[in-house]
Design a protein around this ligand. Structure first.
Ligand SMILES: Nc1ncnc2c1ncn2[C@@H]1O[C@H](COP(=O)(O)OP(=O)(O)O)[C@@H](O)[C@H]1O
Ligand SMILES: [Mg+2]
Length: 273
């Protein structure tokens, strides 16, 4: 599952983190693939990466994707660094690195966009869910690489005017390029993030988001604007580590989003098969 939106700061990585930890809590083995050169997911999941900068590049996805052998991603996988074995034993990370930005230099080479697919080949069998956290753009080579490897796409968005147009553009890009990039790519739908239920304008925007492709494309559980959600990023910890009522509310929301995605993914993947 690729998590993407061409806007930064809409919560792609936050949704990825919440979803990955919720999946582990549900007993799934999860592979987190950090395709963003910022490496935020890598840090937030406390991936144990080498201290020396030159070693860090070699032990990252940027190095694997230069010219991957089949299944090569295996060589860089590290466990999640949270203390609780629920996470450390079930979540594995392919760390991101700044040099992922250099991949665009080799975009024109043969089958360049299939590099992640090739690197993942066979390795994904050991996991129930693979989540690819994408950088904030839509037409880049990195996105082509991510979309070529994914079965489904999840679009985090905010309940704001620009998000409606943005969602439309993403669906249009998938419709337009699916046949060349990945004919099997399906869009699971959108998750509304930073929702504030007491704002009328947010209610209205959610209704418009549902008009983009129909209400079944919008996850019924919204992620509210919460200090607890900020906390999972700032403190690099699972939401369940926040034992306040708000922490529980946020963790329960991701439990429900994960559960919706399980059935939604089965539906949309069946439709493209
Ligand atoms: N629902 C939310 N409530 C509060 N803060 C949030 C929420 N979603 C995201 N944030 C915060 O907003 C910032 C951007 O989120 P992030 O997940 O990094 O976005 P992206 O990956 O799309 O750039 C981060 O500091 C994150 O903690
Ligand atoms: Mg991000």
């Amino acid at each position: 599952m690729a998590i993407a939106n061409h806007k930064g700061g809409v919560g792609k990585t936050g949704i990825a983190q919440g979803l990955i930890t919720a999946a582990a809590e549900a007993g799934q083995r999860v592979l987190a693939v950090d395709m963003d050169a910022q490496g935020n997911l890598t840090r937030r999941l406390r991936a144990q990466v080498p201290a020396a900068p030159e070693d860090r590049a070699r032990a990252s996805l940027a190095s694997v994707l230069q010219r991957p052998a089949v299944g090569e991603i295996e060589r860089i996988l590290v466990p999640c660094g949270y203390d609780d074995p629920t996470y450390s034993e079930r979540i594995t990370i392919a760390p991101g690195h700044l040099e992922l930005e250099l991949l665009s230099l080799t975009a024109g080479t043969a089958s360049a966009e299939k590099r992640l697919l090739r690197a993942l080949h066979g390795v994904t069998d050991a996991f129930d869910l693979v989540v690819i956290d994408c950088p904030p753009n839509l037409l880049s080579h990195q996105i082509d690489i991510a979309f070529s490897a994914a079965d489904v796409l999840l679009l985090p968005c905010e309940a704001e005017y620009d998000a409606v147009e943005s969602a439309r553009r993403i669906y249009e890009r998938v419709d337009r390029d699916r046949h060349t990039l990945n004919p099997d790519l399906a869009v699971a739908g959108m998750v509304v993030n930073r929702f504030r239920p007491n704002l009328n304008v947010h209610q209205e925007r959610v209704a418009e988001i549902a008009n983009v492709r129909g209400a079944d494309h919008v996850c019924p559980t919204r992620v509210h604007e919460l200090v607890a959600v900020k906390g999972q990023a700032e403190h690099a910890r699972p939401l369940r580590a926040d034992t306040t009522p708000q922490g529980r509310e946020a963790a329960d929301a991701f439990r429900d989003i994960h559960s919706w995605l399980r059935s939604r993914t089965a539906t949309v993947m069946g439709a493209t098969a």
